[in-house]
Design a protein around this ligand. Structure first.
Ligand SMILES: *Cc1c(COP(=O)(O)O)cnc(C)c1O
Length: 398
């Protein structure tokens, strides 16, 4: 039989299938056992205790290695647990460069650990060539990247940062949650580590919180697995099983996510109630060309600023019927969040300002509903938003 390298959709669908040697179950069984018997005295098997290793968790880890093109993966209980594990590679005095507009929870963790002296921390503007190049030139142990960024969907040139980081001896970590392995593979761009909140697109059904770190290098992967076991942050077997089930449809979900997003971007663009739209797929996005080169799609998150700030936001949100006001993203259902008071509330006011998060800003995670219904629903709510602000301004004049 000729052997060929299958595409990622095939790898995801087939991950762990026919793994069961006892019954030949097509879908892999779920191994709940916390402990595993030795074959005999001095004869450990592949697994001994589920915190350090579990067969169901291994299946998910292997699938993520395949999809991200890595050498090793550690699957953790949450995305933040994956980030916590990676940060163990830093010691006091090491310098970490991180995006000033990173995920709110990451911002809070980095800030808190830095304040306790776990490492030196410098917030960087990765959209200004001068800023990141200068800061990297003065030395760093690790560079943290998120591309596209949250919530303004700015794009970082991963390859360019990797090149200079190599020269400075810094590790490059990319949080790839917003793209998922279906749309971007940072290891192929030279990154050392890829972090995921599998809570988002990888599981895709908003019913598991989980995380993973995939390593380009086997030895570093083992170091991270050691830390995850040591810290006790590895994921439960049930969560892994469910996440693996979600992962099987990642590719086909992403296609529909992208189709619906295109419809909504067309509707939002140029709408009278919308002051600004942030989406890397728009030619007007400052890094459109970079996104086109670096990604295999522009993603299914749209951020937009409503005319009329919080007043408009309130009446817009009240007018939505098929969209839930909730944090998170990447699920089958369309979600909307108000970053200033929700996802990024952990950031100081100053950090929010620096990250460009204003009161009229909304972040939409486009789901898998019929796109025509989403267009109608959001269109109706925008009309309400527009009406609410014109009423306010009439009051203000009177
Ligand atoms: C959600 C998220 C995280 C944190 O993941 P949890 O699973 O919520 O712990 C980290 N980074 C990004 C970009 C995220 O969206």
């Amino acid at each position: 039989m000729t052997s060929f390298k299958p595409h990622s959709a095939t790898l995801a669908v087939r991950a762990g299938l026919e793994d069961d040697t006892q019954y030949g179950a097509v879908v892999p069984p779920l191994h709940f056992s916390s402990t595993f018997a030795f074959a005999g005295f001095g004869q450990p098997r592949a697994h001994d205790y589920s915190r350090s290793g579990n067969p169901t968790r291994d299946l998910l880890a292997n699938a993520l290695i395949d999809l991200e093109g890595g050498q090793a993966a550690t699957v953790t209980a949450t995305g933040m647990a994956a980030i916590t594990t990676v940060l163990q590679l830093l010691k006091p005095g090491d310098r970490l460069l991180a995006p000033a507009d990173c995920y709110g929870g990451t911002w809070r963790l980095l800030d808190a650990l830095h304040q306790r002296g776990a490492f030196e921390l410098e917030w960087v503007d990765f959209y200004s060539d001068d800023d990141w190049r200068n800061k990297l030139e003065s030395g760093a142990a690790m560079v943290w990247l998120e591309s596209p960024s949250n919530p303004l969907l700015r794009i970082t040139d991963i390859r360019a940062v990797v090149e200079q980081a190599r020269a400075s001896g810094a590790l490059v970590v990319v949080d790839n949650t917003f793209m998922s392995p279906a749309l971007q593979n940072p290891i192929a761009l030279g990154a050392d580590l890829v972090v995921h909140s599998t809570t988002k697109y990888i599981n895709g059904h908003s019913d598991v919180v989980g995380g993973a770190v995939i390593s380009a290098d086997k030895e570093r992967g083992q170091q991270l697995a050691w830390w995850a076991n040591c810290l006790g942050v590895t994921a439960s077997a049930f969560d892994c099983w469910q996440t693996l089930r979600g992962l099987r449809t990642l590719d086909v979900r992403m296609q529909r996510h992208l189709e619906n997003t295109t419809l909504l971007v067309e509707m939002l663009e140029g709408h009278a109630a919308v002051e600004h739209i942030y989406y890397p797929g728009l030619p007007s996005h400052p890094q459109h060309a970079l996104a086109e080169r670096q990604q295999r799609g522009f993603g299914a998150v749209i951020s937009f600023e409503l005319e009329g700030g919080e007043t408009a936001v309130r009446s817009f949100l009240d007018g939505l019927e098929f969209v839930s006001l909730a944090e998170s993203l990447g699920g089958v259902e369309t979600l909307i969040a108000h970053p200033a008071t929700m996802t990024h509330a952990a950031m100081s006011a100053d950090a929010q300002r620096r990250a460009g998060i204003r009161s009229g800003l909304l972040r939409l995670s486009v789901g898998l509903e019929d796109g025509r219904d989403l267009v109608r629903d959001l269109g109706r709510a925008l009309v309400r938003a527009k009406a609410s602000t014109s009423k306010v301004s009439r009051h203000a004049v009177a």
